[in-house]
Design a protein around this ligand. Structure first.
Ligand code: HEC
Length: 141
């Protein structure tokens, strides 16, 4: 279980870290052991597209589709509308992942979204990434 989740955590932190810094690793630092330790993390083979695909599968597998359709409003807003409302940024992935886990109301009306305490944070983040990708936007780093 830990082994399955860890690469995603790792990817997520790498992605997030890159989001906050635009600075690239200077190739001249390669000889320096400290810089190397940071750099040579095993590149987890999980691309943004993979995470979005996994998020789509998780949305299909959970109860989300009871209240959300990809393009039509049901009890909740369509996931495409959600994508159009929010920019695809690491901050919004975190914010929506939290909402998926905790539930809540007020952003779209008075109908509450049910909490999903059994969904892990990495899974919720993948679902948020999937939702945010639905207007064709890529995550802005
Ligand atoms: C019982 C119905 C229901 C279920 C089940 C449900 N949602 Fe929602 N969802 C809602 C409602 C209602 C809202 C609007 C909440 C608001 O106004 O802040 C919402 C809002 C959202 C938002 C936007 C949040 C925001 O603050 O703008 C996302 C993303 C989302 N849902 C994803 C999911 C995912 C993923 C699942 C499955 C794990 C899911 N929902 C399951 C009803 C539901």
């Amino acid at each position: 279980m830990i082994n399955r989740i860890y690469p995603f955590l790792l990817m997520a932190s790498i992605t997030w870290a890159c989001g906050s810094k635009t600075e690239k690793v200077n190739t001249e630092d390669y000889g320096e052991p400290a810089a190397q330790t940071e750099k040579v993390e095993p590149a987890a083979p999980v691309s943004e597209a993979d995470m979005i695909a996994q998020g789509a599968a998780l949305v299909a597998k959970n109860d989300c589709t009871t209240c959300h359709h990809q393009t039509d409003k049901l009890i909740g807003p369509s996931h495409k509308e959600v994508a159009e409302k929010y920019a695809f940024t690491p901050e919004n992935v975190t914010m929506l992942a939290e909402k998926i886990i905790k539930g809540g109301t007020g952003n779209w009306g008075q109908i509450p979204m049910t909490p999903h305490p059994n969904i892990s944070e990495p899974d919720a983040e993948k679902m948020a990434m999937y939702v945010l990708s639905l207007d064709g936007e890529k995550e802005s780093k």
